[in-house]
Ligand binder design. Structure first.
Ligand SMILES: Nc1ncnc2c1ncn2[C@@H]1O[C@H](COP(=O)(O)OP(=O)(O)OP(=O)(O)O)[C@@H](O)[C@H]1O
Ligand SMILES: [Mg+2]
Length: 267
């Protein structure tokens, strides 16, 4: 599963600048190594550049700088090759509503065809991914007939089925109910424990604090803070970055909670 050359383990990013057209959105970001077994969540206000950073890691936007996975440079790799190492789930739910859940996972696997596998093996992999997310019962239903949350789970199954080293997930729990939020966060921990590197985006800071090893706080295309949740979330930083009055407290069981009491006026 390694990208296959000498160098530091994990994901290491240096001088990453990315954007659209002529406009740079994230500028000169350096971070890592993010190691296998670790779950990192990117947080920050709307338009901070979180999705752009994930897309840059996946090779889906114009970017300069270095993105190395286990010492191998990903920048410049052909998209199909890169997708073998890094799999990205976008913020938008899967769109081809005419495909069934199973077909949409199969089509995701076609992006990174593995010549050694025959069709039945690929189908088994797709079904196993749907099963792991508890939606195998909907495998033959068109996406257009699934609920928003069910479609998000299909999006996750697409990523899972590819079995990448680096998993990139943009707001993977945004459409999920309370139970499925926890099921998915627990799954991310399990995927990390299986030897993958997980990097995601979340808006729910309490959820991020509970399930992540590391938080990267982004604002206006730059990293404001990075580290363990309890060191990254401070009342002062949340005021400066989000413009909110908050409390960062531990509950009766010692888990970190971010409680927002008020927000500044618009403008
Ligand atoms: N395809 C695009 N073309 C041009 N500009 C874009 C494109 N996508 C995003 N942007 C711009 O890049 C900036 C960062 O957007 P991005 O989607 O990375 O933010 P984000 O942190 O993911 O926000 P959100 O929390 O709302 O998802 C915004 O100013 C946005 O307008
Ligand atoms: Mg986004």
């Amino acid at each position: 599963m390694s990208a296959g050359s000498q160098g530091a383990a994990g994901l290491v990013v240096e001088g990453l600048t990315a954007g659209y057209g002529r406009e740079d959105i994230i500028r000169d970001l350096t971070f890592g190594p993010f190691l296998e077994g670790e779950v990192t969540m990117l947080v920050g206000p709307n338009a901070a550049g979180k999705s752009t950073l994930l897309r840059a890691l996946a090779g889906l936007v114009r970017a300069t700088g270095s993105v190395r996975l286990d010492g191998a440079e990903l920048t410049g790799l052909a998209p199909a090759k890169r997708a073998r190492h890094a799999s990205f789930m976008p913020q938008d739910l899967p769109g081809r509503v005419d495909l069934t859940a199973l077909e949409s996972v199969l089509s995701a696997l076609m992006v990174t065809p593995d010549r050694s596998d025959d069709a039945s093996v690929i189908r088994e992999r797709a079904l196993a991914a749907l099963e792991r997310l508890g939606i195998a019962g909907h495998a033959l239903e068109p996406l257009g007939r699934l609920s928003g949350g069910q479609r998000q789970l299909v999006g996750l199954a697409q990523v899972l089925a590819r079995e990448p080293r680096l998993i990139l997930l943009d707001e993977p729990t945004s459409a999920l109910d309370l139970r499925y939020q926890v099921i998915v966060m627990r799954l991310l921990r399990a995927l990390a424990a299986e030897g993958r590197i997980v990097v995601g985006v979340l808006h729910d800071l309490t959820l991020a604090a509970r399930w992540s090893d590391r938080i990267v706080l982004l604002d206006d295309g730059a990293i404001v803070a990075s580290g363990p949740p309890d060191q990254t979330f401070t009342v002062e930083r949340l005021r400066a970055v989000y413009g909110v009055e908050s409390r960062v407290e531990r509950c009766s069981e010692g888990t970190l909670q971010v409680l927002v009491d008020d927000a500044g006026e618009l403008g």
